[in-house]
Write a protein that binds this ligand. Structure first.
Ligand code: PAF
Length: 294
């Protein structure tokens, strides 16, 4: 496995791979690799001859009061995990190599970024799509794999690729969960044992909504109202957003459809966690009364 730090060296590596007729997949990350990232790498490996992983904690996607400085950086351990996962090259640039003096261009996806994480983290997705566009230009992969845990990010990246004609296939890869259901995230390591327990409210909410849907509940407002109260009742947990949206355009739904997805962000102490999952309406749905607790 090679480790390269400059855009020029990374582009040269990719060019050499292309000249040999080998296809290249990219998994973009901010490091602190866990089983969720490894599943993205496995999905990428199956689809291309070579696998590149970028490790770059991107300052442009963090707000002034967010955790850019505290974000866990464990580069040596990440390199070892990547090597074991069969990664061919790691691209780990410095901030000054990605945003050199004079840098002044940002990419913006307008509509899809207005709600959900875009509303609570102004400018976040501009930072994400700008760095992803740069990674695509530097690395020139044929495909890139993103996790469905950041469901809005996946939709926003797909829109950017479509709108700017990037020749990169975007693959979404399912959420990987701990045994008790907590979605894997680099930020889980911020949680105290009590907060870690409280964080299960996200998966419990998803399971509860799925049961309601399976039993015939169709009214999204009722599901959301119940879950918002149930989560807000948990000590130390604050709901940032909780919506049922359409998978394709993240439009808020009133009635469950086959493409409905529950999507959530909460703050537990100082940690912000997100989760989501598809809801499957019962075939012959009837409106039922919402009851029971998460
Ligand atoms: O999902 C992430 O880790 C980041 O948002 C990404 C896609 C690597 C861009 O910095």
């Amino acid at each position: 496995m090679e480790i390269v730090h400059t855009p020029a060296a990374m582009s040269a590596w990719s060019r050499a791979a292309r000249d040999e007729g080998r296809s290249l997949a990219l998994v973009p990350t901010m490091g602190c690799l866990h089983a969720g990232h490894l599943s993205l790498m496995a999905a990428a490996r199956q689809r291309a001859d070579l696998l590149a992983v970028s490790i770059f904690v991107n300052p442009a996607q963090f707000g002034p009061d967010e955790d850019f400085a505290a974000y866990p950086r464990i580069f040596e351990a990440d390199c070892q995990a990547a090597e074991e996962a069969g990664v061919d090259v790691i691209f780990a640039p410095d901030v000054s190599a990605v945003y050199p003096p004079g840098f002044q261009t940002m990419v913006r996806v307008k509509e899809l970024t207005k709600g959900l994480c875009g509303a609570s983290r102004p400018g976040h997705f501009d930072g994400v799509v700008t760095v992803v566009a740069k990674l695509f230009n530097i690395i020139q992969p044929q495909l890139a794999v993103f996790g469905e845990k950041d469901f809005q990010q996946l939709a926003v990246v797909r829109a950017m690729v479509r709108d700017l004609n990037f020749a990169v296939e975007i693959i979404g890869s399912p959420i990987v969960r701990e045994k008790d259901g907590l979605a894997m995230s680099s930020r889980n390591r911020y949680l105290s044992p009590a907060e870690r327990q409280a964080a299960l409210c996200l998966y419990q909410a998803l399971q509860w909504a799925r049961r309601q849907a399976a039993e015939g509940e169709q009214d999204c407002g009722r599901i959301i109202a119940h879950l918002t109260t149930a989560i807000a009742d948990k000590p130390g947990v604050r709901v940032e957003y909780l919506e049922i949206v359409d998978n394709s355009d993240l439009r808020e739904l009133e009635i469950l459809t086959d493409s409905a997805r529950l999507i959530m962000a909460v703050r537990i102490g100082r940690t912000r966690l997100i989760d989501n999952g598809a809801l499957f309406p019962a075939r012959d749905s009837k409106i039922i009364t919402t009851q029971g607790a998460t």
